[in-house]
Design a protein around this ligand. Structure first.
Ligand SMILES: *Cc1c(COP(=O)(O)O)cnc(C)c1O
Length: 432
């Protein structure tokens, strides 16, 4: 499979090159030249396949002979070796729980897949690869965990000071070894700007082999299709395809769902549920894309003012606004609505949501009020304990802390602080 740059001024590349480069030289996101179609029979008979078979079948055309099948099967198996259940919450709403992985968030899937692909590709390199990532919360932990002790790979993570939860922070600042965490005195967009400048810096890229592990990387984006298929496998009423609601920030997760839909996955409608960062809800009502400075919310992994992956969604709909608007809605949910939802769903259904999942639940419920014949699921993108600082005061109860979290809470913080100054970052990277 070849991947072209969405800015159309860089050569097409292989999966390996797209994974290593992250972003194209013209700063465009890579996009596959062909969207592989899966036959209707595959979706109809999906119960007959194991999760490993489903995942392998979906990802194989994107990689073809660049990774031998046996190794790719192994990578897929390791990527998905935890539960991804679809659980009923209320009569017409289900929760796709994506938080049973090592860092308790959906980003484990993409990070685990990518780290293993990159590990394979750099195995015989003499030059070290440096993975540079900006995180608004969960990416950092997932990437740090996925890449921890992968040979030949250094990881540098930038995160906004004071804007990630304490559990999130601990997950990325306590590993050490090949993982460096930098606490930036700014917001997520500042972090992302620094990363973008580093990738565009010719001189830096001559001295270092830099790559990204943000959701723009194809090796993180593509495997996120897996769990939409697993949800379909668990979906009972196959005659009524689900409305799928995805709590969205950088729009990589929902974009993977739309990609699976483009390959034939039955879907009634997509909802991108946003917090107060509502560039896409505004775009869908005005047709004007106006990036904004991110504002801080209690669903901080979605505090994004210029969602990178949205261009891929436009490409999937061939830049036709009306076909896009028919298949995708987007709404903005306030912190107040988010808190009320956590409380109500806990009291009425004994189901504990994290703030991101709550944004999704609320948006889906509202949609189903207007479309009462439909049913749907939302993606529960993180375990509520990751956001206990928000959730506990709302439910007036303590959330039991899982063993894995308790272990890291007492560990020493190994991060270093930095102003959002590109020259400082560059000096750090060159001295690593
Ligand atoms: C990253 C993240 C999101 C947003 O996902 P995108 O792919 O950036 O849209 C939502 N919820 C949680 C918990 C996250 O970590």
């Amino acid at each position: 499979m070849k991947y072209y740059s969405l800015n159309k001024s860089a050569p097409s590349v292989s999966f390996k090159e797209a994974t290593i480069k992250g972003l194209a030289p013209d700063k465009g996101l890579y996009f596959p030249e062909i969207i592989p179609a899966q036959p209707a029979a595959f979706f109809k008979d999906i119960q007959n396949y194991s999760n490993e078979e489903i995942a392998f079948r979906i990802i194989e055309p994107y990689i073809a002979d660049e990774i031998p099948n046996e190794i790719l099967k192994q990578i897929v198996t390791e990527t998905i070796n935890f539960d991804i259940p679809l659980k009923p919450v209320s009569d017409n709403v289900f929760s796709l729980e994506l938080y049973h992985g090592p860092t308790l968030a959906f980003k484990d899937i993409g990070a685990r897949f990518m780290s293993r692909c990159l590990g394979y590709f750099v195995k015989n390199n003499d030059k070290k690869v440096t993975v540079l990532v900006a995180t608004s919360g969960d990416t950092g932990g997932a990437v740090a965990n996925g890449f921890f002790n992968v040979d030949g790979v250094e990881v540098v993570i930038l995160y906004p000071s004071g804007k990630v939860s304490s559990v999130q922070e601990k997950q990325l600042v306590t590993l050490g070894n090949n993982i460096s965490a930098i606490e930036i005195n700014g917001n997520f967009d500042d972090c992302q700007q620094l990363v973008k400048r580093a990738f565009a810096d010719k001189q830096l890229n001559e001295s270092l082999f830099l790559t990204s592990a943000n959701s723009i990387n194809v090796a993180r984006w593509l495997p996120q299709q897996f769990y939409y298929l697993f949800a379909w496998k668990q979906w009972i009423d196959k005659n009524t395809p689900p409305v799928i609601c995805v709590p969205s920030g950088n729009f990589g997760n929902i974009c993977a769902g739309i990609l699976a839909y483009a390959s034939g996955l039955p879907v009634q409608h997509f909802i991108a549920a946003c917090n107060s960062n509502k560039v896409i809800p505004d775009f869908l009502s005005t047709q004007i894309y106006q990036p904004k400075k991110a504002v801080a919310t209690i669903s901080n992994a979605m505090d994004v003012g210029d969602p990178s992956n949205f261009v891929r969604i436009l490409e999937l709909f061939h830049h036709k606004f009306h076909s896009l608007a028919k298949m995708l809605s987007s709404v903005s949910i306030s912190d107040e609505e988010t808190r009320t939802t956590i409380s109500q769903v806990y009291n009425e259904h004994k189901y504990l949501l994290d703030p991101h999942g709550a944004v999704g639940y609320f948006a889906l419920k509202n949609y189903l009020k207007i479309h009462p014949d439909n049913k749907g699921y939302f993606l529960e993108t993180a375990h509520p304990v990751k956001f206990f600082d928000v959730v506990e005061p709302v439910i007036h109860e303590q959330i039991p802390i899982p063993e894995s979290v308790r272990n890291i809470l007492g560990k020493e913080k190994l991060s270093i602080s930095m102003e959002p100054d590109y020259e400082d970052l560059k000096a750090f990277l060159l001295n690593k």
